[in-house]
Structures are given as C-alpha cells and as structure tokens.
Write a protein that binds this ligand. Sequence first.
Ligand SMILES: [Zn+2]
Length: 80
Amino acid sequence: MIADELVCRELVELASDYLDRTLPPEARARVDAHLVDCPHCADYLAQMRRTVRLLGSLRTDSLSAEAKASLVRLFQRSRQ
Ligand SMILES: [Zn+2]
C-alpha cells in the first residue's frame, strides 16, 4: 500500500472532475491507481460514465448524491 493512496471517499469526490477531465494529472493518476485495486469504485465510475453518456452531458451533481449513497452502502456491507 502506498502512502498517498486514494481512499474511496476521495474518489467519490473526484469522480465528476475525473470524468469531466478537469482533474489535474497527478490526481488523475491516483484515481487510476485506485481503480486498479477497487472494483467498487471502478463500478461507480462506470455507472457515472454510462449515465453521462445517456444524458448526453455531464450532469453528475444530481447523480452523485444518489450514487454516493449507494457506494457508501456497498462499503458498509463489505465491511460487516
Ligand atoms: Zn475505492
């Protein structure tokens, strides 16, 4: 485990910028590294990406509240 490894909560915060490609390269690299090890976040981003494609635009503000809640539930379940 590397010292500056991204945690899932951070990824959720960065996800819309990541998809919007406004994330600085360093942060983007951390997200990419996290995704390799975290299927939950990979699913989360894939879902967001699909939704963006369906909507035809990036409207992740309304999405992310709901997606965040479902992600939090996922992690709570996986830690029980
Ligand atoms: Zn994660």
